[in-house]
Design a protein. Structure first.
Length: 255
């Protein structure tokens, strides 16, 4: 079942996150990709953006951008630790199979290219299995879950929705990009001058980037639909009760 949501709020959150990521990249400069600190901070920024969007899409789909940003209030120790574990795994895979990998790239069986392909595949599979991590840790129905139970739920739900997640990515991202890329290459090859071909490739790359930006909120919304279709919609009465309890706790603690 497809549910209504605020497209504008989601894309504005993505733009805000992209601005922070761009500024961080400029701060670290050309050595950013090989800097562990940069990779950690970049992963945290990306995660916070994903958390805000995922939480907003299951708890307040039609809310304003402010309502979405307020989802940061749902961050707790469990959400932070679960995501830090996933970030750590991602960084280990990235550096193990990337430019500064620790594997023997001179091996006859494995070379740098094969390691990079293997690393990309592993990262892709991991991202599919953990696509619903932020939905789980921001779901008020999972408030009493332990950290280990939350991690188990991440992979359990990821496995259950594996087929739907792949279908979603294929439909909205992989196939359209392959189609557009094929058209661009076909047109550029048919041009008479190299300059025209390069111009078409640059223009096509810009269109691909624009398409990804515009389609990203829709993909996020469909991921949230997958999660809610499996677990059921969140009861607003339960959500209201949890919010009131959190407010009471905050007031008592301040006193």
């Amino acid at each position: 079942m497809k549910r209504e949501y605020s497209y504008g709020s989601v894309i504005l959150v993505e733009i805000i996150v992209a601005v922070f990521a761009f500024v961080l990249n400029r701060i670290f400069g050309s050595s950013a990709d090989e800097n562990i600190i940069y990779n950690v901070l970049s992963s945290v920024i990306t995660w916070l953006g994903s958390f805000i969007i995922a939480s907003g899409l299951i708890n307040n789909r039609k809310g304003s951008v402010g309502d979405y940003l307020n989802q940061l209030q749902r961050l707790d120790k469990k959400a932070i630790i679960v995501n830090l574990i996933l970030i750590f795994i991602t960084i280990v895979l990235t550096f193990s199979f990337g430019k500064i990998g620790v594997f023997d790239v001179e091996s006859k069986k494995l070379n740098l290219l094969s390691l990079s392909v293997l690393g990309t595949l592993l990262l892709g599979i991991l991202s599919i299995f953990t696509a619903y991590a932020n939905h789980i840790v921001s779901d008020p129905r999972n408030k009493d879950q332990s950290i280990m139970d939350a991690l188990k739920s991440v992979f359990a739900i990821g496995i259950k929705l594996f087929g739907k997640t792949i279908s979603l990515y294929l439909l909205y991202i992989v196939l359209p990009i392959i189609l557009i890329f094929g058209i661009i290459i076909g047109i550029s090859v048919g041009t008479r001058s190299p300059e025209s071909g390069i111009g078409i490739i640059i223009l096509g790359g810009g269109l691909l980037g624009l398409y990804y930006i515009l389609i990203s909120p829709l993909v996020s919304a469909r991921l949230a639909d997958n999660y809610l279709n499996l677990t059921g919609d969140i009861d607003q009465e339960i959500e209201k009760e949890n919010t009131e309890n959190n407010n009471e706790f905050t007031i008592t603690r301040n006193i």
